[in-house]
Write a protein that binds this ligand. Structure first.
Ligand SMILES: NC(=O)c1ccc[n+]([C@@H]2O[C@H](COP(=O)([O-])OP(=O)(O)OC[C@H]3O[C@@H](n4cnc5c(N)ncnc54)[C@H](O)[C@@H]3O)[C@@H](O)[C@H]2O)c1
Length: 367
């Protein structure tokens, strides 16, 4: 079976990282890139020249309605994600949507409703939980190797994009673009957030984007504190305000040990584990240093080929969106905000029923 791909948004992530993975999957005859749409004619022309895909479509719905498209990739600016992903699901397609799944919780709820009844699968970025490093850390946490999880800390940032002025407009910002990785990672380890409090602001008033200085109307700097219940807390430091760092991406502190993810959680570089029993650090390198952060596409293709459910679930992405919007509200109103949604734990294909019984002991949902 060769699955046909249609792409909405032919910008930076399509022409670089996703195109590289699509080329690899095409060489294995698993996918075929058939069509793409972007409102920018120069991007349509460049994609047609480079990939031989049909970009002569006159709008996103034209692509979504094509009979020869099995999977729609939504790689547009963030405000467009929710409506396009929903339209594609409602047209019977499988969908991969970049993060966040939407910039509005109401629109995300409509998308979730569509996903419940649609025949197609919905995979939402970020795909951090699919990396070998994350999977091994998750297994160790659920197996109780560091005991009960009490505290977490994470960070992800850089100096910010110079393309796409939408990053700095309403519906853009560092929390949606960067903080979402840490949040997705932490929730995967700790379970659902119950309450959030945050400082979220705009540290740099004007930035260069698309060759011009533009006013920044979105957040570019944030500290978020998450309460997972039972006095279990974690924090996120994120922003277009970090030039460089040499600190772990994610730190997990348990009653018997510590886990520290190295690199960034979208590009992990292995981890270090402290064990009280052993009294030493174990260094575990990333088993696949070439792991691409676009891996959700390979995962979606594999799930369609095998008829299996996805490891990463839309409920997780919906929860992350609710927490990010609540963090913005917390900062604006100076108060703690309660979170209502929840999501199921990751279950990886390699985990057996017996493992499942063990891991449940260290899944906070089962306590
Ligand atoms: N750039 C990164 O490093 C990176 C990494 C991971 C994920 N992402 C996510 O990927 C998405 C795209 O980011 P990017 O850096 O490629 O941005 P980009 O600005 O380079 O590309 C987005 C493209 O979407 C197009 N677009 C806007 N509305 C559209 C519509 N209705 N239909 C079709 N196309 C439309 C724009 O014209 C633009 O070409 C964002 O959601 C971003 O958060 C980006």
């Amino acid at each position: 079976m060769t699955l046909s791909l249609g792409v909405l948004g032919l910008g930076s992530v399509f022409s670089g990282p996703y195109a590289a993975l699509i080329t690899r999957l095409s060489q294995e005859n698993r996918v075929r890139l058939v069509a793409g749409y972007d409102p920018d004619p120069a991007k349509r022309e460049a994609a047609a020249d480079r990939f031989g895909m049909d970009t002569s479509i006159d709008g996103p719905q034209g692509l979504i309605d094509r009979d020869d498209v099995d999977i729609v990739l939504v790689l547009t600016s963030m405000n467009e994600h929710g409506a396009l992903a929903r339209a594609a699901l409602e047209a019977g397609k499988h969908v991969l949507v970049e993060k966040p799944m939407s910039t509005s919780l109401e629109e995300a709820a409509e998308l979730m409703k569509a996903a419940e009844t649609a025949p197609g699968l919905l995979v939402c970025a970020p795909h951090v939980a699919l990396s070998p490093t994350y999977q091994e850390m998750h297994k160790r946490v659920r197996n109780g190797e560091i005991g009960d999880l009490h505290l977490g800390r994470s960070r992800y940032g850089w100096s910010g994009p110079w393309w796409g002025r939408w990053f700095y407009e309403s519906g853009g910002g560092a929390l949606f673009d960067l903080g979402v990785y840490n949040l997705t990672s932490l929730c995967g380890f700790f379970g659902p957030v119950r309450r959030v409090t945050a400082m979220v602001g705009t540290a740099v008033a004007k930035r260069e984007a698309e060759g011009e200085m533009v006013p920044v109307r979105a957040d570019d700097n944030a500290h978020v504190v998450l309460d997972f219940g039972d006095a279990r807390f974690a924090s996120i430091a994120t922003g277009f305000t970090m030039q460089k760092y040499k600190s772990p991406a994610v730190e997990l502190y348990g009653s018997r040990g510590t886990l520290q993810m190295l690199g960034d959680d979208w590009a992990p570089d292995g981890f270090e584990q402290w064990s009280n029993e052993r009294g030493s650090w174990e260094i575990v390198p990333e088993s696949n240093p070439q792991w691409p952060w676009t891996d959700g596409l390979r995962h979606l293709v594999e799930c369609i080929e095998n008829g299996t459910p996805t490891v990463t679930r839309p409920e997780h992405a919906y929860h992350a969106l609710e927490v990010m919007l609540a963090a913005q509200r917390s900062a604006a109103e100076g108060r703690v905000v309660e979170i209502g949604s929840t999501f199921p734990d990751f279950v990886y294909a390699a985990e057996t029923a017996e493992d499942g019984n063990d891991r449940a002991k260290h899944d906070p949902r089962s306590s």
